[in-house]
Design a protein around this ligand. Structure first.
Ligand SMILES: NC(=O)C1=CN([C@@H]2O[C@H](COP(=O)(O)OP(=O)(O)OC[C@H]3O[C@@H](n4cnc5c(N)ncnc54)[C@H](OP(=O)(O)O)[C@@H]3O)[C@@H](O)[C@H]2O)[C@@H](O)CC1
Ligand SMILES: Nc1ncnc2c1ncn2[C@@H]1O[C@H](COP(=O)(O)OP(=O)(O)O)[C@@H](O)[C@H]1O
Ligand SMILES: [K+]
Length: 505
């Protein structure tokens, strides 16, 4: 399991650790890991041109000490100081002692350099343009509210340069705790983060700004609490959670999932939800609704009933909603059952919040950003800008587990606790009906006995991997192909035959 901790928790752990170490030791560990990552990215350090963007805090201190290490190996290192009088003094001295230089980013003169009127900005632009490597030490976990105006031109110049941009701890300007990016921020090719991931590094839009993420161990782990703010399942976690039939299993013991989906207008939603359910490990899939003919034609193994959900026979979990149109009755009836229920698509619009809150068995809601926005009374843009607060709010309001789909899929439980972030997935999954496959898959895992948080996050993991595999090197895929690829990735996950799905996770 990969985990991320909020700034407050990181600060507390750092205080504890720092109290046991000589002054400055932690920063040296950070700078050493940062310099090693920079050297790797540069390939050849000797003779390379390195520019450090240095803010007034310890984030700038990390950059300066790492710059000193690179200067000692023969790099030409220039620090651009945003606040010369408040620059980390030890870091600045170390850089100078190693042969590096420093100048004011916004004007003035340092190191004996004359500042002509207007020449400094031009010089700064040229330095960044010609750099091989730009190290972003403007601000780290001490920042909030987007980049300050004085730092904005540096972020813009770094983006326009061909240099490799490495962010120190976080890309400056992103919100560490939520992944929000309000205004300008540094766009990094890589982020070297210290001690633990911060939630923002794993959640869009900030994740997009971070590039590949590398975690440097500074000895913080033993001082962090056992419960993280954000968790990402890995192959081994998923493999341990996947149901597998035992010798004495029969189809009922493996779990029966009921799918109440589709309509005369949208029979495909029923077929796709059933296709996902058939690949999620349940022993049987029961379909209830008006699209029985379409379902049985495609999947003859489905148990189809024409009557209402309450007359369909025993199930261990329900999926309700995909393509049901305006059939509120079916949603009410399923919510009245005493087994876990997954509500998706049209079902989300039709579900009565009080009825969901009153349920004693678990409920799992699986909206995309637009559906989540409708449930929260906000806009899709706002949900996409602040996914983590949105998914938490949704789970709290409904007293349910909420899975928020999209470029970063998040799962939050009703009682707080760690939010799961899905590390797999691909934008190729943004194809009609792929959400229906996901809901069938997650419902099947619920029927197989996983709790709602695990069922949702395992389903998102498999679905994301299946999307990647089906899309191969990058080709459009349909939702049916995603469903058909789940068996392959299931096998790979259980067999441990896959490398970690993405850098930084
Ligand atoms: N603690 C540790 O043990 C270790 C910490 N480590 C490192 O320290 C970092 C945290 O350092 P930190 O606490 O000094 O804060 P930091 O991120 O440098 O920012 C504060 C400065 O930024 C400024 N500023 C604020 N907002 C801004 C904005 N939006 N845009 C622009 N500027 C903004 C703010 O200015 P002020 O408000 O004072 O005017 C203040 O001066 C951490 O991320 C890691 O890299 C590692 O060495 C490992 C050990
Ligand atoms: N940009 C993206 N990157 C990764 N996955 C995405 C992206 N956009 C959508 N997805 C995934 O694609 C699926 C689409 O689901 P949904 O929006 O419900 O589609 P539909 O209603 O057509 O089935 C979800 O699993 C979602 O997480
Ligand atoms: K930074």
């Amino acid at each position: 399991m990969r985990s991320a901790y909020s700034v407050e928790t990181v600060r507390a752990a750092e205080r504890e650790l720092m109290a046991r170490l000589p002054e400055g030791a932690l920063m040296q560990r950070a700078a050493s890991g940062l310099a090693a990552a920079c050297a790797e990215l540069l390939g050849r350090v000797y003779g390379s041109r390195v520019v450090l963007l240095v803010g007034s805090g310890d984030n700038g201190g990390d950059a300066l000490y790492a710059g000193a290490r690179l200067a000692r190996r023969g790099a030409g290192v220039t620090a651009l100081l945003l606040a010369p009088e408040r620059t980390h003094p030890g870091g600045l001295a170390a850089l100078r002692a190693a042969g590096g230089s420093a100048r004011e980013a916004a004007g003035g003169a340092l190191d004996g350099r004359a500042a002509e009127d207007g020449a400094v900005a031009a010089g700064v632009a040229e330095l960044i343009r010609r750099a091989d490597l730009v190290v972003d030490g403007i601000v780290g976990i001490g920042g909030s509210g987007g980049l300050r105006p004085a730092a904005v031109p540096l972020a813009v110049l770094a983006r326009a340069s061909d240099a490799v941009v490495v962010a120190v701890d976080l890309p400056s300007g992103v919100e560490a705790d939520s992944g929000e990016v309000r205004g300008e921020a540094v766009r990094a090719d890589a982020t070297v983060t210290f001690g633990t991931h911060k939630p923002g590094l794993l959640i869009d839009p900030a994740r997009e700004y971070a590039g590949a993420t590398r975690l440097v161990d500074i000895g913080l782990r033993p001082h962090l609490p056992p419960t993280a703010d954000l968790e990402a399942l890995q192959h081994a976690d998923v493999a341990a959670l996947l149901p597998s039939p035992a010798a004495e299993s029969d189809k009922y013991r493996r779990g029966v999932v009921g799918v109440a989906a589709g309509s005369a207008r949208y029979p495909g939603a029923a077929v796709l939800a059933v296709s996902g359910a058939l690949h999620g490990g349940a022993g049987a899939v029961r379909y209830v609704g008006p699209a029985g003919d379409a379902v049985i034609a495609r999947f003859p193994e489905t148990l189809v009933s024409a009557g209402p959900p309450s007359k369909a026979g025993r199930v261990q979990a329900w999926v309700v909603g995909p393509g049901v149109g305006d059939d509120a009755g079916v949603v009410d009836e399923v919510l009245a059952s005493d087994v876990p229920v997954l509500v998706d698509a049209d079902g989300l619009r039709l579900a009565d919040r009080a009825a969901v809150r009153a349920r004693t068995a678990p409920t799992l809601l699986t909206p995309h950003a637009g559906e989540a926005a409708a449930l929260l009374g906000t806009s899709r843009e706002e949900v996409e800008a602040a996914r983590l607060p949105a998914v938490r709010e949704l789970a709290a309001r409904y007293g349910a587990t909420a899975l928020l789909k999209g470029s970063t899929t998040l799962v939050a439980g009703p009682d707080g606790g760690p939010v799961r972030v899905n590390p797999t997935g691909t934008p190729w999954l943004a194809t009609a009906g792929s959400g229906d496959v996901l809901s069938g898959l997650a419902g099947s895992l619920l029927a197989g006995g996983l709790d709602a948080l695990d069922a949702a996050s395992v389903a998102a993991y498999l679905h994301g991997l299946a999307g990647r595999v089906a899309a191969g090197e990058g080709a459009p895929v349909g939702a049916s192909e995603v469903a058909a690829t789940v068996a392959r990735v299931w096998r790979d996950v259980v067999g441990g035959g896959w490398a970690a799905p993405s850098a930084g996770y």
